[in-house]
Design a protein around this ligand. Structure first.
Ligand code: CA
Length: 314
């Protein structure tokens, strides 16, 4: 090959700048015994989704989107340098939907057991994966709370369709894995939920902020209060980020898009703010369907939230 001039090996970047490091280069395949600050796992399951969803393809799309960014923060004046230990994706059966939810739990349980990382990125998948992920998380970080960004409560009954992507938090509460008082839902939208689930959230002592609350109080002031509240009660905080919390203008790749949602700048600032707290140690990102996304816009927001999280930890 050396005797052919101007040839670029397949798969290499189109352009390389000697001073620019791409965020994707931080991804490092995890090997037995490796330990670090950040771990990443893909949970590629979207068949429990109520609506059609290709969110099982999101872990790959989000990893690829890291290529869109450099590692340098202009705001802070430093580069992100810590590797992201990439465990790969958990294997899914093409036909066994309920079995897959169990596999996700088992796989995540084994991964947390490695204690390989201080902080975890969990890439869905639809929102049903959060049940399995948080169930496993609860066994390793027993005193914990969850901050959920979502247009929906995800507190639907399971009688009507089983453990879909509309039920993860209902199941976590009913199975006594998570206490209502340790769940904070932010970004809940009008005309997107049923009264029964609003009532259920109140009965269970869940703290709920609607988009109206977010617009009135600002996301940072809400997080300032709620992260402190949780931190007084629990030892660990898990963030569950359903990308449909964003307005449809910012997240075209979500199956359940709608107007009146959060803007991406607020979300990115919010993730950075939360990550600065030492008790915040996990971020799941769900409900991105790359097959309906536009120019990978939604996956790019996801990749950016990961970098904001890492910036907050530096
Ligand atoms: Ca959701």
């Amino acid at each position: 090959m050396d005797n052919i001039r101007h040839l670029k090996p397949a798969g290499k970047a189109i352009f390389e700048d000697r001073h620019t490091k791409k965020a994707k280069e931080l991804l490092t395949e995890w090997s037995e015994g490796a330990k670090g600050e950040f771990g990443l796992v893909g949970l590629p399951l979207s068949k429990p989704s109520i609506s059609h969803s290709g969110a099982s393809l999101a872990p790959g799309a989000i990893r690829s989107s890291l290529q869109s960014y450099s590692t340098y923060s202009n705001e802070e004046g430093f580069d992100l340098t810590a590797p992201i230990l990439d465990f790969g994706d958990l294997n899914m059966s093409p036909t066994d939907v309920l079995g897959n939810q169990e596999r996700l739990y088992e796989g995540m349980s084994d991964i947390y057991q490695t204690k390989a990382s201080t902080n975890w990125f969990i890439l869905g998948g639809d929102h049903s994966i959060s049940y399995s992920s948080i169930k496993a998380y609860a066994e390793h970080y027993s005193s914990f709370g969850v901050i959920q960004f979502d247009a929906h409560h995800d507190l639907r009954n399971t009688e009507d369709g089983g453990p879909t992507n509309g039920t993860p938090f209902r199941r976590l509460l009913e199975d006594d894995i998570l206490k209502g008082e340790n769940l904070v839902q932010i970004g809940i939208r009008d005309f997107t939920n049923a009264k029964a689930y609003d009532d259920y959230a109140k009965e269970q002592g869940v703290t709920v902020y609607t988009m109206g609350d977010v617009n009135e109080q600002s996301l940072t002031s809400i997080l300032n209060k709620e992260v402190q509240n949780l931190a007084e009660k629990v030892d660990h905080i898990y963030i569950s980020l359903d990308m449909d919390v964003l307005d449809q203008a910012f997240a075209p790749g979500c199956p359940a898009i709608g107007p009146g949602g959060m803007d991406s700048t607020s979300l990115l600032e919010g993730i950075h703010f939360m990550a600065r707290h030492e008790k915040v140690n996990a971020l799941d990102i769900v409900e991105i369907d790359p097959t309906i996304d536009f120019r990978n816009m939604t996956s790019r927001v996801a990749a950016y939230t990961m970098l904001q999280f890492m910036k907050g930890k530096k």
